[in-house]
Design a protein around this ligand. Structure first.
Ligand code: SAH
Length: 259
């Protein structure tokens, strides 16, 4: 191998504050020569990045692509081949969307050693923060996590909406704010009960977390009235009955101490 000792670490930051980082994540972050990050890990984690490292914001937000994915991957490989310890820091878990799999493939193609440092995914932790378990014997013995980036009305959708609507499990949608109304109406069209409860949790596990709840029928209107913006996790299914607002939660909101 001609990488002269460089390694790429694909690191999950978890959904919120520094205490949601794993010990391994903290370790490799603190020892990194270069850190490639975007905004998803959130302010607290980003503020904790070591000043000794070269910090490169490769952020992509919504439709605004600061740098293309190819460019990010090339930079990551180039730095590793210079012998650097390179952290590619990603929100949540690196392999739950967010293109971590592609970054792993690129490392393999270039013969660059890579370590994957799993993180706490928002898909599970953000619902949990408002009392929603994604599975529960009473409501759901399966859970499907999907990207909401796909317009369900597109013919060639990679998601089987009909199957999903009929499945009896919980549906967790990431990146779904924009398409929420069309996702809800598609699920109803294919047979999900219109009264199925839905929770939309913005900026989960951060000090400015906010929740909007409703049903498949009205969640689109409620979310737009509330002015919901990304990042948000959408949970659809009976388990949303477990939702409790801050006053009723009886479990300490994790982010309360940051407030
Ligand atoms: N790898 C990440 C997901 C990347 S896709 C993970 O495992 O969590 C980006 C999407 O994740 C966002 O659009 C949003 O749907 C969700 N997300 C990530 N962090 C979040 C947070 N703190 N609060 C709400 N949604 C979050």
């Amino acid at each position: 191998m001609n990488n002269k000792g460089g390694t790429v670490y694909l690191v999950g930051s978890g959904p919120g504050g520094c205490d949601m980082l794993t010990i391994r994540a903290r370790e490799v972050i603190d020892q990194a020569d270069v850190i490639l990050f975007d905004q998803l890990p959130g302010e607290e984690v980003l503020a904790s990045l070591p000043k000794s490292a070269e910090l490169i914001d490769v952020g992509k937000y919504g439709d605004r692509h600061t740098r293309e994915q190819d460019e990010i991957e090339l930079l990551m490989i180039q730095k590793a081949k210079e012998g650097k310890q390179v952290v590619r820091l990603k929100g949540g878990d690196p392999f739950m969307f967010g293109r971590g799999g592609e970054e792993l493939e690129t490392c393999r193609e270039h013969g660059v050693p890579v370590e994957v440092v799993p993180g706490v995914t928002s898909a599970i932790a953000v619902p949990a923060s408002v009392g929603i378990p994604v599975t529960h014997r009473k409501w759901a013995s399966q859970v499907t996590v999907i990207t909401g980036n796909e317009d369900p009305t597109k013919e060639e959708s990679a998601i089987d909406w009909e199957w999903l609507a009929r499945s009896r499990g919980t549906i967790v949608v990431l990146m779904g704010v924009k398409n929420l109304p069309i996702i809800a109406s598609t699920l109803i069209k294919f047979g999900r009960e219109p009264t199925t409860p839905v929770a939309v949790i913005e900026r989960g596990l951060r000090s400015d977390q906010r929740e909007t709840v409703g049903t498949l029928t009205d969640i689109g209107d409620r979310a737009s009235a509330a002015g919901v913006t990304p990042p948000a996790v959408i949970v659809i299914g009976g388990v949303v009955e477990m939702y409790r607002s801050t006053d009723e939660r009886m479990i300490l909101p994790h982010c309360a101490k940051n407030a």
